[in-house]
Write a protein that binds this ligand. Sequence first.
Ligand code: ZN
Length: 223
Amino acid sequence: MSNVISKEVACPNCNEIFSVHVYTSINATNDPQFREDLLSEKLLKWKCENCSYEGRFTYPLLYNDMKRRFMVYLIPQIERFQLEDRSLEDEYRNLKGITKRITPDFNSFKEKVFIFESGLDDMAVELSKLAVSETVAKKHNLPKVEEGYLSMYNRETNTMGFTFFVGESHEPYVQSARLEVYARSVQIVNAVGQNDKKLSGFIKIDREWAENTLFRYKREENK
Ligand SMILES: [Zn+2]
């Protein structure tokens, strides 16, 4: 079930107080229209009835795709790596083998949905992205390029593409790579990422995780 609540919002522009619908959970399997409206960001926006000011919600939102067996919990600015939510675990304990992630912002949330809908492993995607970001940084003569998202995946042409935001101006730059990079990343996950796969609760798989995992992998290799 998707869950919607009513909330009072004070417009930061004209101070008018009015009531809006806030979605706290989305069930993508039963309510595909909500999936559409969320990914297009329609569900996250509100408009003041008085002055037409447009605002954006920053509430935690749980996304559940039962068919593809993944859940993504968008919790704005969350910093922790792991979140164990007793009531959620109890509610969904009959569903074994579900991939559960937390993300701190909408872009990474959207990327997770794209990754899992494409049937990919997000750990391997993060490692691939880290490798490809080094190529992009070199091309732009930068020490590193940190922000980027998987934006294309095509098995037939054997390519995947990442959109990076480069430099101080955050210019979008698309870099494609062959799927061998991903296959290599899957090997790394198989070698050193298995414990993370067994963790309970929701976990954050991001660039920081990829850097730590790669470090562990290299250390193991040099033993
Ligand atoms: Zn207003």
